[in-house]
Design a protein around this ligand. Structure first.
Ligand code: ATP
Ligand code: MG
Length: 289
């Protein structure tokens, strides 16, 4: 990891000269809405209600974190917004239109970086642009911009197996950002990283998404991570997942992991979660209908 490029005091990467695309500056209106979304999975042995009548609205420029017990339907919810899965009931809307397939305006970043091992970092970042039909010089410009933004310039010729876990996540983030999506959908992207790398990437992600005004839905099991990153934390119930509560995080940025306000709000979110987790333990499997 190119740690020497970080500011020694703030541990943030140096600010590249970068201007947010004009359309993202107009933050505020509703960008994504789930209206009473339910998802059943029917298999030969089980009929599972994964999420149950979820209504959620995310505004342009907002950073929303979703926390909830394992199996409560967080990935299912994210996949529906991504257009990789579809509701059994209710509707999922993006910019007022029903989501029926994946699209360049909604890009997913997974826990395991989905990068092509036979391509180097730059080629991985450019591939999505090529598929989108973007010409060579524009591809180069966008790849330059986003590889710099995630601090991978020195490693742009490296192949994926030559990268650390944190670098792979940076590469995945650069590839996602390069197509300039209106919404990033992140499913536990830092879960497999060591604690220090995770801290650094949380700081970088705060910096990058604040600068770009990217709208983000971020799923995590780590309550403190949610409070560091989010404008709003959405807490889900154990399966079948419903929305339990939403907690606004009105703290100034950047937010450090050890700030008192972060620790206090994390304790509040954790209390909401734990109450349900204990209740769910005695009712295990009751959601298989
Ligand atoms: N393709 C599928 N077929 C059948 N059942 C599924 C499918 N995908 C998810 N489920 C079920 O839906 C429920 C919710 O799963 P999901 O992966 O969304 O949970 P999660 O909250 O992301 O869990 P985790 O925190 O462990 O990642 C689970 O009971 C799971 O078994
Ligand atoms: Mg999941």
């Amino acid at each position: 990891m190119a740690s020497e490029t970080f500011d020694q005091e703030t541990r943030l990467p140096p600010k590249p000269k970068f201007e947010a695309p004009a359309e993202r500056m107009a933050a505020g209106g509703e960008l994504m809405a789930l209206r009473g979304v339910t998802r059943h999975f029917r298999t030969r042995r089980h009929d599972t209600l994964a999420i149950d009548r979820i209504s959620l609205s995310v505004n342009e420029g907002e950073f929303v974190c979703i926390v909830g017990p394992s199996g409560c339907g967080k990935s299912t919810l994210l996949n529906i917004v991504a257009g990789l899965d579809h509701p059994s009931g209710g509707e999922a809307l993006f910019d007022g239109r029903r989501i029926d397939r994946p699209g360049r305006e909604r890009i997913v970043v997974f826990q395991e970086p989905a990068l092509y091992p036979w391509l180097n970092v730059r080629a991985n970042v450019e591939l999505g642009l090529k598929i989108a039909g973007i010409g060579r010089s524009e591809r180069k410009r966008l790849a330059d911009r986003y590889i710099s933004l995630v601090n991978l310039r020195r490693f742009e010729k490296a192949y994926i197996h030559e990268l650390s876990g944190g670098m792979k996540q940076r590469a995945q983030l650069a590839r996602a950002l390069a197509v300039e999506p209106r919404m990033l959908l992140m499913d536990e992207p830092f879960a497999a990283l060591d604690a220090q790398t995770r801290d650094v990437l949380q700081q970088e992600l705060q910096e990058i998404t604040s600068r770009l005004k990217t709208t983000v839905i971020f799923v995590t099991h780590n309550v403190r991570e949610a409070v560091i990153l989010a404008d709003r934390v959405v807490v889900m119930t154990p399966a079948p997942g419903k929305l339990k509560t939403e907690i606004a995080i009105p703290l100034p940025r950047p937010r450090g992991p050890d700030s008192h306000a972060v620790v206090d709000l994390a304790a509040r979110v954790r209390t909401e979660l734990q109450h349900d987790i204990y209740a769910a333990q005695s009712a295990e499997d009751s959601y298989a209908i």
